[in-house]
Design a protein around this ligand. Sequence first.
Ligand SMILES: [Zn+2]
Length: 378
Amino acid sequence: MKRGFLKNSKPAKTPANRTSTAGPPATTSTPAPDPDEFQPMTRLRFGKVEPALRGYQALQLLRQAVNGQTTDYSDNTVFVSTLPPLYPNETLASNPDSWTECVFWGGDHKRTIVSTPGFPSPIPRPRQVLHRVAPSRFGMGVFATRNIAMDDLIVSERPLLMAPHVIPPLPLNFSPDFKPTHAQIMEARMVQYEQYLDMALERMFPENCAAFLALHNAHTEDGSGPIYGRVRTNNILALDEPGGDSSRAMIAVFKDISRINHSCVPNAEYGKLDVASLSLQLHAIRDIKKGEEIFIAYCPPTMPTTKRQAKLEPYGFQCTCRVCSDPNSDAFVAKVKSLTSNPLAPTALIQAIYGDSAEWAVHLTEMAPELGNFLNRR
Ligand SMILES: [Zn+2]
């Protein structure tokens, strides 16, 4: 079965640049909902900022061991837990599937995970190692070590870290007579969040902690701490909130999958986190030759080019792939989008155009005449 980006509701890699902290709304009007946007959060700053916060005393967080099986937490408790439960004397050598340090906001996600039938099941792996991390023209990247066929499982991985998609709006430790500005509140929340993330890193095996800290950080000047900066740079939206509260979604950071670079013409994609094994699977969406770099799309390739570029800016690069360089790509995508919203459009043609996220992009020009013929027939 082909996996199509356009018809797939899988989570997208996200810059995690939003927080639910109270404060002035980003705009005073209410724009029409954009299905490509994650709303309605306040956007965190990106770019060079001067520290707004001086003299803020971060709270001393309660550092206590959390039993992996405990799930009885109130909605506004933030706590760190290791999943699957880590028992004494276990090591990475005894369990190569490893463990995830989870920063939970409330107990819902932990309850969901530990009550999933089969949890914790072994990670489903490819029959042989098909990828390696190596220097790329984009910094580090992930490359195929063998020829990989479309739909093959390339890599399957348990996250190093999972955390709330937004910064939990916990009470802040400002003195009673101090009236912080919105920017100061935001910065205090980031300081506080960094503490929780630091707790998670402290609990990691040294190898996993080193792997996390080796990841790229594109958020060095926007008030993010060194851990949250790496989370913002490398996370993947992993768990939706069962109750539909998008602010409670969970993001995940991976040792290898987070190394995969972006292309609007990707050759691989991931689905939803497999909760039973607490792992993410990356599949090929076209044949990949040995030695070829593996790419995923950090944002939907169906977004207009300028919007994609804006989405990619927080990652610290400008995409120059063939779609971004093609002045006709936006018009083509708009046609395809309008076709799929037409219930009378023949399913077969839509599948031919839509069926493969790489195919539509790689054969953008070649497919255009086919689309034109279809439009003429109508
Ligand atoms: Zn591009």
